[in-house]
Design a protein around this ligand. Structure first.
Ligand SMILES: Cc1cc2nc3c(=O)[nH]c(=O)nc-3n(C[C@H](O)[C@H](O)[C@H](O)COP(=O)(O)OP(=O)(O)OC[C@H]3O[C@@H](n4cnc5c(N)ncnc54)[C@H](O)[C@@H]3O)c2cc1C
Length: 427
């Protein structure tokens, strides 16, 4: 049998993980990325493995889909604890693009940068080809939509305050385009409590040199730490209306500072007016790096989930899978894991096998099913779902699935009979 051809659209964590999983399973894989770098939102993420995300990463590794996590561990700058985030590994975002390019090269994935897909050719419920903006047609046997969920300028204008010049760089590379949506799949946004579609991107990064010498020294030495906000600057209302269900009160009351290499990240504050920020000791000269409009507002994401089943196949299609934010979840571990499962199942389908889901007795199986149910439930996407915080993290603890010991997680996966399950050569 000749190798099936798998086409992955999007080169963030989900697309890269999907491409590697499909290549390992024996497919010929081509990945197309709209911008000039791999990494997507991960280019300004940086924090991994905290709380339940550690379990997701170890489950993936045990199941034979650990390449992205292992690559990130090689560029870790610090391990630290910050408010509500236990044992964060912080990778150097400046090294992410080339790190991911080397992973794809190692697994023989052909990838093309500055290659934005704008159209789809389909027959009934099968995708036959995708088209680039130069009209070139790329045919394949199975397709993966790993295009993320960030606004595109149009959505940032409609549901935010306009283009804030973020890392996605739509003005030069063009808006995000989902192939599932192009093919006619339903597209559902996450909703804020007031009904507005889309969430606000959670974080801002600032230039290190714009912090006081003392904050610079601490961030280089400690990697991450938290500063309690002056009482008058704490805005519970902003947080609950823009980032529903993700952050706890304790986090809202602090600014976390995280050294992600090129810049310092302040996770999960969404936006913070420069004038106010400069009143806080140590931030008198602070300058925002990402997004450029961060002090006024942030970009909008979680605008584009398509219904799927727990094997990651897009509902209504036989050869179209999705992973990452496109499939309803967010976070490095969550996106890489769903990408890996989607890539593996894509090759199963190409090989004439049924796609599989992960058992609900694993943290990932539980998480994928929970988010899948949320997509299908009215208002289900009003609260965020993450293995890092809140309900899903608490639930995996209750289920006895949380451990900070890699060995314990691996033993559990072994008992499930899933060691190297996602690393099988299928064709
Ligand atoms: C600022 C920020 C900070 C974050 N911090 C953290 C953190 O510290 N820890 C954590 O766990 N999570 C964090 N997250 C969440 C996490 O980074 C994301 O959920 C995850 O990286 C998304 O991966 P993805 O592959 O699903 O999507 P994306 O990263 O959005 O990747 C999608 C890719 O598809 C490409 N694309 C889109 N349309 C097309 C097309 N038509 N043709 C070709 N390519 C296309 C895009 O250019 C992009 O590269 C953060 C998110 C943001 C925005």
């Amino acid at each position: 049998m000749s190798k099936p051809k798998v086409i992955v659209v999007g080169g963030g964590f989900s697309g890269c993980a999907a491409a590697v999983a499909a290549a390992k399973a024996g497919a010929s894989v081509q990945l197309l990325e709209r911008t000039d770098m791999l990494g997507g939102a991960g280019l300004r993420a940086g924090r991994m493995n905290y709380n339940g995300k550690f379990v997701a990463a170890e489950e993936c590794k045990a199941m034979g889909a650990g390449e992205i996590f292992e690559a990130l561990e090689n560029i870790v700058l610090h391990r630290a604890n910050i408010v509500d985030e236990e044992n964060v590994y912080i990778y150097n975002v400046g090294k992410l693009d080339m790190t991911l390019q080397r992973v794809l090269q190692k697994w023989g994935v052909q990838y093309r940068l500055v290659s934005r897909i704008v159209g789809v050719k389909k027959k009934d419920n099968r995708i036959e080809a995708v088209t680039l903006n130069n009209k070139e047609k790329i045919e394949g046997d199975v397709f993966l939509d790993c295009t993320g969920s960030f606004g595109g300028i149009d959505n940032c204008v409609r549901f935010g305050k306009g283009c804030v010049m973020c890392i996605h760089r739509c003005p030069i590379f063009g808006n995000r385009v989902s192939i599932a949506t192009k093919a006619g799949a339903q597209e559902i946004p996450h909703l804020r409590p007031d009904g507005t579609p889309g969430r606000l991107s959670p974080s801002i990064t600032v230039f290190k040199e714009s912090l006081s010498p003392e904050l610079q020294r601490r961030v280089e030495k400690e990697g991450a730490f938290s500063i309690k906000l002056p009482r008058e600057m704490i805005d519970y209302n902003k947080e609950t209306s823009l980032f529903p269900g993700i952050r706890g009160e304790h986090q809202i009351e602090h600014i976390n500072l995280v050294n992600i290499g090129l810049v310092v990240k302040c996770p999960a504050i969404g936006y913070f007016h420069l004038e106010d920020w400069r009143k806080i000791p140590g931030f008198e000269n602070v300058l925002v790096e990402h997004p450029m409009g961060g002090a006024i507002f942030n970009f909008v994401n979680h605008t584009a989930t398509s219904p799927r089943d727990n094997t990651m196949v897009v509902r209504g299609f036989t050869n179209l899978f999705e992973g990452g934010e496109k499939s309803g979840n967010g976070g490095i571990a969550e996106c890489a894991a769903t990408g890996s499962l989607a890539g593996f199942n894509a090759v199963r389908v190409a090989a004439g096998l049924q796609p599989v889901q992960l058992p609900g007795t694993t943290a990932l199986g539980y998480f994928i099913a929970t988010v899948g149910n949320a997509i299908d439930t009215p208002h289900g996407l009003e609260t965020g779902h993450s293995l890092g915080h809140r309900e899903c993290f608490e639930e995996i603890k209750k289920m006895g699935l949380y451990s900070r010991e890699a060995k314990t997680v691996w033993k559990r996966i072994e008992k499930e009979g899933l060691i190297n399950f996602l690393a099988q050569k299928l064709v």
